[in-house]
Ligand binder design. Structure first.
Ligand code: FAQ
Length: 311
């Protein structure tokens, strides 16, 4: 019954242990998880587009093979995450329907254009870097299927980040135009990648409850600060700079600080008015429609097999 369920749930939270799909859980906990996990899944799927844009133009066969593998990994991450969300009772069809109807959120970062090859480096280094910073703590999320999916995702993201760093390193050590292209990409992706961590803590309505439920382990600002510190150290190895003169380590608070971000721009992107929102959704719809025959065939095949097994 619900009382016993609530008592067990509270015990699991107090012990910092795990909730599994068949366990009783409060409706709001379930809703929060479906919200976060489905948004995360959608981000992976929409996140394939900015990089897919460069597969046919990668500068060598080796770079092309690596980029294809990375984009495929992102599809795989989307699938693990949809599966994790399905264990909470929401079907993949329903989640996909919300995405193509433009009713679901996905990460703001994927609404920015990829204009040069150096953007592949900046995405790998900064966007995957931010994703790792955010997702390593999610490996300990209280919901079992989500935490376990994150372990595998994080391993793959680490490879993605290195390949991005290596693209930038090669460009930064190339001719002056290549170095400038790398710097320009870092300049453009810096602020959007900081915004991936979500709104500032005092404007983050979900954080408190998600932290109480051991889903989030650190606040948006805590993770953003940790990420800025990582970037500040690594950018020196690249011989490039961050486009923010206010980045510094505060000796008193022992945290990294950065300059102000344009939260109005963030709101616009979330409201669907970023540079590429319309294009990303349109492309997703098109791909979904183009894949209709595969879903039909798979459903027909499954029905045929089920009938055969019954006979
Ligand atoms: N974009 O109260 P909070 C990747 C929304 S990595 C869009 O702070 P919460 C890998 C938020 O949903 C990217 N919306 O919310 C990759 C909420 O709206 P709602 C995906 C955002 O959940 C790399 C509202 O603002 N990673 O894909 C954003 O406690 C390269 C209020 O915010 C994840 O999803 C944003 N940046 O904290 C793939 C990680 N930030 O739902 C391809 C898992 C906030 O109430 C290439 N998610 N919002 O309508 C999380 O850790 C959390 O959900 C946060 C937000 C931290 C994103």
């Amino acid at each position: 019954d619900a009382d016993a369920g609530q008592a067990y749930f509270d015990h699991v939270m107090a012990e910092d242990s795990r909730i599994e799909p068949r366990d009783w859980m409060p409706d709001a906990y379930r809703r929060t998880l479906v919200r976060q996990i489905s948004q995360h899944a959608h981000s992976e799927i929409i996140g394939m587009q900015p990089e897919a844009n460069w597969i046919s133009r990668a500068p060598s066969l080796k770079r092309k093979a690596i980029l294809m593998a990375k984009v495929q990994d992102e599809a795989g991450h989307g699938l693990y995450l949809y599966s994790a969300a399905e264990t909470l009772g929401t079907s993949r069809d329903e989640m996909m329907g919300q995405l193509v109807a433009g009713k679901a959120r996905y990460s703001s970062i994927f609404n920015y254009p990829t204009v040069t090859w150096a953007d592949m480096g900046a995405i790998g280094w900064m966007v995957d870097g931010a994703a790792i910073c955010n997702q390593v703590p999610l490996c300990r999320a209280s919901y079992g299927p989500y935490g376990r999916a994150m372990v595998r995702v994080c391993k793959e993201e680490s490879f993605h980040q290195r390949q991005g760093f290596e693209i930038l390193l090669e460009l930064a050590n190339g001719n002056p135009a290549q170095k400038q292209m790398a710097q320009d990409a870092v300049n453009r992706w810096y602020a959007p990648s900081l915004m991936m961590f979500g709104p500032p803590d005092d404007d983050s309505p979900n954080s408190k409850q998600s932290m109480a439920w051991n889903i989030k382990r650190f606040s948006n600002d805590e993770l953003r600060s940790r990420f800025v510190g990582m970037m500040a150290e690594q950018v020196r190895v690249l011989g490039l700079s961050l486009p923010d003169p206010e980045v510094r380590f505060n000796e008193d608070t022992k945290t990294w600080e950065h300059g102000p971000l344009d939260w109005e721009e963030f709101k616009q992107v979330l409201a669907g008015r970023g540079p590429c929102n319309a294009q990303r959704l349109e492309r997703r719809r098109q791909a979904h429609d183009d894949g209709g025959w595969v879903r039909e065939a798979a459903t027909a095949y499954a029905a045929k097999m089920a009938a055969k097994n019954e006979a």
